[in-house]
Write a protein that binds this ligand. Structure first.
Ligand SMILES: [Fe+2]
Length: 353
């Protein structure tokens, strides 16, 4: 079957401390902080950070809920490894760079013929940088990480699975992936005609206990794939239901995009997103992305309560945007779409926690 999925939109992780997370992703991995906002669900103010490449492209957006109030349990039924795309030949740079920052890593490994390094985030999350040929997405650069080696966006993700078969059925029949190979315990799938972020792997770990599904420090929470329009979201929801995956969510207004979720049979929460006009540029100019805390308009009346419960964070000065470092990007305009009912969450934040 052909797929309506265009690639990954974002991957969402739960790290622990907010400043620790900003420092790791901006300084060690060299990503750009492109949005500071808050988790829209629940009644406790939790940051929602978005990191990305220079253009905040879908497929480069790592989002984080720093959730130090509760530890998660890593295990099967989760995204185990988030994989970033780096240029061929850059692995030795990354090994040296990780050594300089004294972060735990595996050294250079090889999987499906490509070199990669697995590095551990301070909260215990595992991340790969994978050499990926022909990725022309524009990287963010830092004084330590030049364009020749910098991260382009996602390569993909590895889902840890006790069983492969049912999750494989879901990837192929519900999401339109095709299986392209098996190497050891890794089963690799790609979106046909997909871009540099077209790869998902299932890692068969039959004896590993199931991981937690809650928000919890040290675990991945979900992965999102992007489709073109709200209509495509509705079609995707109908496909899930036709196949029997009936626990789908309504289409939610996430302000920067629209979202619909389903729990996949292997346990991983899978979201699909559709663009809204403006996207990440709807509330900030390209050159100031990520420099302020932004709230969806329907949360503004609670700004003081929210701000009072969030620790201040700062991006190290050398990693902040500089004049001329970004180019204006035309706002994405979604094609005409059918009128659909959108669900909008509005948490009532309590004053003390
Ligand atoms: Fe999401």
């Amino acid at each position: 079957m052909d797929t309506r999925l265009k690639g990954i939109h974002h991957i969402t992780l739960c790290p622990s401390g907010a400043q620790e997370d900003v420092d790791f992703f901006t300084v060690v991995l060299g990503l750009r902080l492109v949005k500071q906002t808050v988790l829209m669900d629940g009644s406790i103010p939790i940051y929602h950070f978005y990191y990305g490449n220079a253009d905040a492209d879908p497929g480069s957006i790592l989002t984080c809920f720093p959730y130090s109030r509760r530890k998660g349990r890593p295990g099967t039924g989760q995204i185990g490894i988030t994989c970033f795309s780096v240029p061929v030949g850059s692995a030795p740079f990354w090994a040296d760079h990780f050594d300089r920052h004294r972060v735990c890593h595996t050294g250079i490994q090889e999987r499906f013929g490509a070199r990669s390094i697995r590095v551990t985030h301070p909260a215990g999350l595992e991340l790969d940088v994978v050499e990926n040929p022909g990725d022309s997405r524009r990287p963010w650069t830092t004084p330590e990480i030049p364009a020749e080696v910098a991260i382009r966006g996602f390569f993909g993700a590895v889902m840890s699975m006790r069983d492969i078969e049912e999750q494989e059925t879901f990837l192929v029949h519900a999401l339109g992936f095709r299986k392209v190979g098996v190497e050891g315990a890794y089963h690799r799938f790609e979106i046909p005609n997909g871009g540099p972020d077209r790869t998902i792997e299932l890692l068969h770990e039959p004896n590993r206990p199931q991981g937690s599904w809650t928000f919890g420090a040290g675990t991945a929470h979900h992965i999102a794939f992007h489709v073109d329009t709200d209509d495509a979201l509705v079609e995707q929801k109908a496909l899930y239901e036709e196949l029997g995956y009936t626990d789908t969510s309504e289409v939610k207004d996430r302000f920067y995009f629209h979202s619909m979720y389903v729990r996949s049979p292997g346990g991983v929460l899978v979201e699909c997103t559709a663009n809204v006009p403006g996207g990440f540029y709807v509330d900030e100019r390209p050159e100031e992305l990520g420099t302020h805390l932004n709230l969806p308009p329907w949360y503004e009346d609670q700004r003081d309560i929210i701000l009072g419960q969030l620790e201040p964070v700062t991006v190290p000065e050398a990693n902040r945007p500089k004049p001329g470092a970004t180019r204006p990007k035309p706002a994405a305009v979604a094609p005409p779409t059918a009128e659909i009912a959108l669900s909008r969450t509005k948490a009532e934040f309590s004053k003390a926690h």
